[in-house]
Design a protein around this ligand. Structure first.
Ligand code: CO8
Length: 266
């Protein structure tokens, strides 16, 4: 399966089953306009319909050296009224929510500015790797806005309420090293080595049982909105469901036979 044709994003296969979605408006620092959001929505639908044979991981990044995504498109925001703003915010929120529903890991490879909607896009991914020139921030209050693509929800969950408040009220940008100290970013790489670093982790994930990785994602995400008792019951249910897959037998048998498991994703 090769790439797809879009105008404002690129959707390419980097290795078998490893997809890279690149927001591709470098002239506007990859700002998210309606076309980008619509194309991202379509791309996620396509990936979501693929079997584990064809899709094992998704990497999200931005085109060019300078930006991951410098936010929602401010020119488009300037034209909104209350009704259209509701639609625009909900569209972004639902697409970023789709990232959490995909049963494959989604990794943000943040290669420059991740501001406003761009920071919120990264927050919607399973985790964030960054190049050392990356900058994170929620500058919306400086535009008379608040983060509207899930930022007031997810930033607090990522770094704690007090740090989220400080970032959101000041709109200050932080560098990759500080973002890592806050726990927003998992790893920082020298510029030019980011994608290789992401791929190393993806390869580690690809060696594991695909259905189990997907089930772990579902359990972690669902647990977030549950109390401990319900979350553990849910985990036990998801755990037990994996015993309907061949990969459980293969993984455990391979351990006993002291060989590498050959997982089939079913
Ligand atoms: N929207 C539209 N165009 C943008 C954006 C953006 N967010 N960011 C940069 N651009 C454009 C610039 O206008 C410029 O275009 P042109 O060359 O035609 O003038 C080009 O990209 C290059 O940008 P700069 O010349 O500004 O580059 P600098 O290196 O000088 O500065 C910055 C880089 C600091 C990143 C700067 O561009 C900047 O501050 N950008 C805006 C960052 C921002 O405020 N982002 C938040 C936007 S609001 C948002 O994301 C809300 C999300 C929730 C929406 C909810 C719906 C209602």
């Amino acid at each position: 399966m090769e790439g797809f044709n879009y105008k404002t994003i690129l959707l390419d296969q980097k290795a078998h089953g490893v997809w890279v979605l690149t927001v591709n408006r470098p002239e506007a620092l990859n700002a998210l306009n309606s076309t980008v959001l619509n194309e991202m929505g379509e791309a996620l639908r396509q990936i979501g319909e693929m079997s584990y044979d064809d899709a094992r991981a998704l990497i999200i990044t931005g085109s060019g050296e300078k930006a991951f995504v410098a936010g929602a498109d401010i020119k488009e925001i300037n034209e909104l009224n209350e009704e259209k703003a509701t639609g625009f915010a909900q569209r972004g929120q639902s697409i970023f929510h789709e990232l959490t529903l995909l049963k494959i890991p989604v990794i943000a490879a943040v290669n420059g500015f991740a501001l406003g909607g761009g920071c919120e896009l990264a927050l919607g991914c399973d985790f964030i790797y960054a190049s050392e020139n990356a900058k994170f921030g929620l500058p919306e209050v400086g535009l008379g806005l608040i983060p509207g693509f899930g930022g007031t929800v997810r930033m607090a969950r990522a770094v704690g309420q007090r740090r989220a408040r400080e970032l959101t009220y000041t709109g200050n940008m932080i560098c990759a090293a500080e973002a890592m100290t806050l726990g927003l970013v998992n790893k920082v790489f020298p510029a030019g080595e980011l994608m290789a670093g992401v791929m190393k982790t993806v390869e580690a994930i690809l060696s594991k049982a695909p259905v189990a990785v997907g089930a772990a994602k579902v359990s972690i995400n669902q647990a977030w909105d549950m109390d401990v008792d319900h979350a553990q019951k849910n985990e036990a249910r998801i755990f037990a469901e994996l015993f309907t897959t061949d990969d459980v037998k293969e993984g455990t048998r391979a351990f006993i036979e002291k060989r590498k498991a050959n997982f089939q994703g079913k």
